[in-house]
Unconditional design. Sequence first.
Length: 166
Amino acid sequence: MSKDKHIVETLVVGGKATPGPPLGPALGPTGVNLGQVIQKINELTKQFEGLKVPVKVIVDKKTREFEIEVGTPPTPALILVELKKEKGSGNPKSETIGNISMEAVIRIAKAKLKDMNTIDLKSAVKTVTGTALSMGVTIENKSPKEIQKEIDDGVWDSVIKKYESE
């Protein structure tokens, strides 16, 4: 970025950004219309209501125009939303907290794809199954390790391909 840009990166609760800290103090000196920034952030993050969402506000210091980039919540948070749970298992090897569908895993992987170090949805799905494993979450009533083996064996290829084309 050039020196003509002021960038603020923070986490906000989806749909609930306020002019208080951290945004207000960080953006105040830029002269940008804080009300407009907050309104736009809340509009762009309302689909993640209740989750902490990474947000980047880029302000042009000369024109005071701004753009907002919204990331996606962390993978564990998206899994917990699917399960309607507050937190993962404290002992994932022996205690499960719930079960999610393979379709939910694929939707999460698709949402997180741009944030992952892969361009391949199949690899992203395997990453999400690994997160489920560490949280004590089963997939299709099976261990995530079993699902990962099935992914390697091609069992889920047609389902994953269906989501790739959407």
